[in-house]
Design a protein around this ligand. Structure first.
Ligand SMILES: Nc1ncnc2c1ncn2[C@@H]1O[C@H](COP(=O)(O)OP(=O)(O)OP(=O)(O)O)[C@@H](O)[C@H]1O
Ligand SMILES: [Mg+2]
Length: 251
């Protein structure tokens, strides 16, 4: 029996007014369980738009998205059920500043999953431990470094036990030394917890090491895809080559 993709996207396009952020005939891709799919591409190429269409934070203009074999672009579906299973970590950590770290993690467990107080407390502690921040449970986000805040955001997503997690440039707001601690937590999600991840990132060494496949987007299209070896070591596409040399210059 062949394994079913966790996500399948067919001919997805997205227009904002007349502007095609994801161009016709659209993007198609499959994400298999336990894959680590890395998406690269220059600013404005449509990476965030694609992620957001895949969990319907925004509505695609056309095309279909299937999650675990169910079409989630079907308007009849309860999208909240789907979103429980697709965690999302953003560049800006999006923590509630007036709540403690523990309360930030507890909130969706209470409001969305409606877990008991005991279950919530256990999940808060377990997941803070997973990101090495047990001692910060009672701190406020403003008392934490950027890297620590992002690890709390990751713990908050993990506590929901989603089937896969999207990361949209999780380290691009961080200094290099803080970037490292967030990337090492993300590595642990793969090596210890076997999570399926989709990651928009410009951290090329991380992508080389962790990606099972890489997608390169340019001007609203996927113009190259392949295993990290093909994409980074020996790219045969001119636009990709140009993009990679620009990234290398910046780092
Ligand atoms: N809500 C919106 N309304 C209008 N245009 C939008 C909207 N969101 C994105 N766009 C446009 O769609 C294009 C793709 O944007 P997107 O945010 O997906 O790019 P990106 O690849 O994630 O870029 P970056 O690396 O800067 O995050 C851009 O030209 C952007 O200006
Ligand atoms: Mg983006």
């Amino acid at each position: 029996m062949t394994e079913q993709p966790l996500i399948e996207v067919r001919n997805l396009t997205k227009k904002f007014k007349d502007f095609e952020a994801i161009k016709t005939p659209g993007v198609s891709l499959k994400i298999m369980p336990k894959e680590v799919l890395v998406i690269i591409g220059s600013s404005g190429s449509g990476k965030s738009t694609l992620l957001r269409c895949m969990n319907r934070l925004i509505e695609p203009t056309s095309g279909q998205v299937f999650f675990d074999g169910v079409e989630i672009t079907d308007k009849e579906i309860n999208i909240d059920d789907v979103r429980k299973n697709i965690g999302m970590v953003f560049q800006a950590f999006n923590l509630f500043l007036h709540l403690t770290v523990g309360e930030n993690i507890a909130l969706p467990l209470k409001k969305v999953l409606r877990l008991s107080e005991d279950d919530i407390e256990k999940r808060v502690k377990d997941n803070l431990r997973a990101v090495n921040l047990s001692e910060k449970e009672d701190s406020y986000p403003g008392e934490l470094s950027g890297g620590q805040q992002q690890r709390v955001a990751i713990a908050r997503v993990l506590a929901m036990r989603p089937k896969l997690i999207f990361f949209d440039e999780p380290t691009s707001a961080l200094d290099p030394e803080l970037t490292g601690e967030v990337l090492s937590v993300m590595k642990k999600l793969v090596t210890d917890f076997h999570y399926t991840l989709v990651i928009v990132t410009h951290e090329i060494p991380f992508a080389k090491e962790m990606a099972t496949r890489v997608i390169f987007m340019d001007e609203g299209e996927i113009i190259y895809r392949g295993p990290p070896g093909d994409v980074f070591e020996n790219p045969s596409n001119e636009r990709l080559k140009k993009f990679l040399s620009k990234i290398l210059e910046m780092h």
